[in-house]
Design a protein around this ligand. Structure first.
Ligand SMILES: [Zn+2]
Length: 512
């Protein structure tokens, strides 16, 4: 393996992922994600869009200040203000990058930018040169690159490299490309742009047609050497190329894809669970690599084959993505050590305080529920991983309901450090609970979705509740788990409300 087949893994979970519908993370949550990305060996972490809000700037700045080996990158439109703000945010990192972009497709230039192509070309040179005057490492992206006219794309790429960009990214912004076409576009740039040898070609694919990973891998085969991706495939609309699929594709099919990268795949499960718990956006069970069923064999024929020889139906081992075969069954009498071992098996790595808090909740759960399954532990820990640094925290809920009298909820929350209590009525216990939250923290967001899911079988199962709130076109998702469905509901609503507070501060996100 030589340097020429080393693939740079550029993760944009904290930028493209965070601006996806329903998603938002506060500073502490972003730091947690940055820590695991760094531990996984991600080469470049796109930490945010610094000018989107004060909170975004603060997050990129703090991640940069704590960075290790990974380069910390921020996104900037092609304006001096954006680029300067981005430089200020990333500068504290030992390795830092400005990622600036402008649209180059006829459609985007005409309607979005309302600029003539020649003006766009000038801006490419000016913006990249300005970014280079501030930092060494500049990436330039042609937004809507896959729908850009080839001659014009070649001229823009050449100009960006001439102005000092060392990474050139060709996004499939709208998820429209198909693999052979996209690979041909990359090959075209390599063949036609005279100074292309001075830059790394990068790809950024969206999954609108389910082709983001296929397009990314086809581009790598054609010569791209940086892949932009996200944990769990999070991102605008249908999402971005999923990092876990890219790296496991490269690892599992190294025979056809002779490229290497620096990712420790054994941390995939942990990273996936963390991102899913923090964002409240769960992974579909049949999702490749990180779905609950990705390594489950249910049909008799498959199980029989697996028992005889694992490779009959298994192309990768669960261990290779950090999913260990768990043999421990937990119950009422399990101690701290067993609980910690179980967490490790399930792919969690919590700090001592978080383990202690989770252990207390586990004991409480084991008292109320006969069998504690892996799914129970997951629901409980996911709930625990939600940042402790929330402005609104759930404390307690007491309900009076049934067929005889109107429902009444007695709720206690801590809001900005102060304990607050209220009693509220409603049309049933859920309505009363949510009315109580509204009384303590008035807001105008609409409840768009309220969903209850039983974590396991049985009437003593934990309920996992999902709540979606919407306010002026901004949506957020919150989740909560508890054996009491109403407590889970209150926790989920409070979780969503905290996310909304983060989202309120942001300006409209940009596509890329
Ligand atoms: Zn994107």
């Amino acid at each position: 393996m030589t340097e020429s087949n080393r693939i740079v893994i550029f993760d944009t979970t904290l930028r493209d992922g965070e601006q996806s519908p329903g998603c938002s993370m506060n500073l502490e949550e972003k730091l947690k994600v940055a820590v695991i990305l760094e531990e996984m060996g991600v080469d470049v972490i796109e930490a945010g869009f610094p000018v989107a809000s004060k909170g975004d700037f603060e997050a990129v700045h703090t991640i940069a200040a704590r960075a290790g080996k990974a380069a910390i990158c921020g996104l900037a439109r092609a304006t001096k203000g954006d680029i300067q703000g981005c430089a200020d945010a990333v500068r504290a990192a030992p390795r830092h990058r400005i990622h600036t972009f402008i649209s180059t497709s006829p459609l985007h230039m005409k309607y979005k930018l309302q600029m003539a192509p020649e003006r766009v070309l000038e801006i490419v040179s000016e913006s990249v040169a300005f970014a280079r005057s501030l930092v060494e490492d500049v990436e330039w992206s042609a937004e809507d690159g896959s729908r850009t006219e080839p001659d014009f794309l070649c001229r823009c790429v050449e100009a960006a490299i001439k102005a000092g960009a060392r990474t050139i990214n060709i996004p499939d912004t709208v998820g429209y490309a198909v693999p052979d076409e996209y690979a041909a576009l990359i090959a075209m740039l390599i063949n036609r742009v005279p100074n292309i040898d001075q830059a790394v070609l990068s790809v950024h694919c969206h999954n609108d047609l389910g082709l983001a990973v296929a397009n990314s891998l086809a581009a790598v085969q054609a010569g791209a050497r940086q892949v932009e991706c996200t944990i769990n495939g999070l991102g605008e609309r249908a999402g971005n190329a999923a990092m876990e699929e890219i790296v496991m594709g490269l690892r599992t099919r190294a025979d056809r894809l002779p490229f290497h990268n620096g990712i420790r795949t054994e941390l995939i499960t942990r990273a996936s669970r963390l991102v899913s718990a923090i964002t409240g956006i769960s992974v579909q069970p049949n999702k490749a690599i990180v779905g609950k069923n990705a390594f489950a064999h249910e049909s008799g024929i498959h199980q029989d084959g697996m028992l005889k020889h694992a490779q009959t139906y298994e192309i990768m081992t669960p261990e290779s993505v950090g999913l260990n075969k768990s043999t421990l069954v937990l119950g009422k009498h399990s101690g701290r050590a067993a609980f910690k071992a179980k967490l490790k098996d399930l792919g969690y790595d919590l700090g001592d305080n978080a383990v202690e808090e989770a252990f207390v909740r586990f004991k409480d759960l084991a008292d109320r529920k006969k069998d504690v399954f892996d799914e129970d532990i997951q629901a409980l820990v996911d709930d625990e991983m939600v940042s402790a640094d929330q402005r609104i925290r759930f404390v307690s809920l007491d309900l009076h309901c049934g067929s005889k009298a109107p429902a009444k909820a007695d709720l206690e929350l801590v809001i900005d450090g102060a304990a607050r209590q209220v009693s509220a009525g409603g049309d049933g216990p859920v309505d009363a609970t949510f009315n109580a939250i509204k009384a303590l923290f008035p807001h105008t967001a609409d409840l768009q979705l309220y969903q209850v899911h039983a974590v396991t079988e049985g009437t003593d199962a934990q309920a996992e509740v999902t709540v979606r709130l919407s306010e002026q076109g901004k949506t957020v998702i919150g989740q909560g788990a508890h054996t009491d469905t109403l407590v889970a509901s209150a926790r989920a609503y409070v979780h969503a409300l905290n996310k909304l507070l983060v989202k309120r501060e942001k300006t409209a996100p940009e596509a890329l």
